[in-house]
Design a protein around this ligand. Structure first.
Ligand SMILES: Nc1ncnc2c1ncn2[C@@H]1O[C@H](COP(=O)(O)OP(=O)(O)OP(=O)(O)O)[C@@H](O)[C@H]1O
Ligand SMILES: Cc1cn([C@H]2C[C@H](O)[C@@H](COP(=O)(O)O)O2)c(=O)[nH]c1=O
Length: 208
């Protein structure tokens, strides 16, 4: 049986990486065959593309170039890692996927959600997540969290103005309305323990 493809989405500092690791450990303990990965990145070529996109010195990067680079990294990551795992029956947890492109490039950068969806369709074919957990949080809280996180590098996207990050959240909320059966919204402005419980509740039906 094909594995389940589950993605974790949300603005900066919403807690995706923290919670994804906790739920990964929970299901690993239950001996679910599972893989955890991230975008942009997850494999060598995509990690190299990540460095180009997120380098804070690349201030002149055009919005469409940015969208295409994310889609290119996504394609390589899918064909090299995600699809083979799914076909092997492995459940895949991915920190960010297409909805990041729709919210950040499509909505916040104003390239158009439909336009960005189309270039991504070329990249991903029919591989869409079975479930997306969206961590909803005021971007001011998220940015404060990442500024207080020791050792976390601040990347080019983090450095965007607060208004941009507000639009990212607005974009995600539109996606929640557009794809209500796929995207589940979680209140990320709670203790780590409570967010974790809410995420496990969403995943149980699919993975137990
Ligand atoms: N619910 C929470 N309450 C308080 N702090 C949290 C919570 N969740 C995560 N954090 C802390 O916030 C910081 C950012 O968390 P994390 O890296 O998981 O976010 P993220 O959504 O993956 O961010 P980004 O996409 O920007 O990398 C970390 O220091 C983490 O410990
Ligand atoms: C996949 C994807 C990501 N982004 C942005 C979102 C973040 O600002 C960075 C990734 O950093 P993280 O610490 O790993 O969350 O890239 C984007 O704008 N579009 C995308 O498709």
């Amino acid at each position: 049986m094909r594995g389940k493809f589950i993605t974790f989405e949300g603005p900066e500092g919403a807690g995706k990486t923290t919670i994804m690791e906790m739920v990964y450990n929970y299901y690993k303990q239950k001996e679910v065959q599972i893989l955890s990965t991230r975008e942009p990145g997850g494999i060598h070529i995509a990690e190299e593309i990540r460095k180009v996109i997120l380098n804070p010195d690349h201030t002149t990067m055009d919005g469409r170039t940015e969208a295409l680079l994310y889609a290119a990294a996504r394609r390589q990551h899918l064909v090299e890692k995600v699809v083979p795992a799914l076909e092997n029956g492995t459940t895949v947890f991915c920190d960010r996927f297409i909805d990041s492109s729709l919210a950040y490039q499509g909505f916040a950068r104003e390239l158009g959600i439909e336009e960005v969806f189309q270039i991504n369709q070329f990249a991903i074919g029919h591989t869409m997540p079975d479930l997306t957990i969206y961590f909803d949080l005021d971007p001011e809280v998220g940015l404060q969290r990442i500024n207080e996180t020791q050792g976390r590098e601040i990347n080019r996207l983090d450095l965007e103005k607060l208004d941009f990050h507000r639009k990212v959240r607005e974009g995600y909320l539109l996606l929640v309305e557009k794809f209500p059966s796929r995207i589940m919204k979680i209140n990320a402005d709670q203790s780590i323990e409570n967010v974790y419980k809410d995420v496990i509740n969403q995943l149980e039906a699919l993975l137990s």
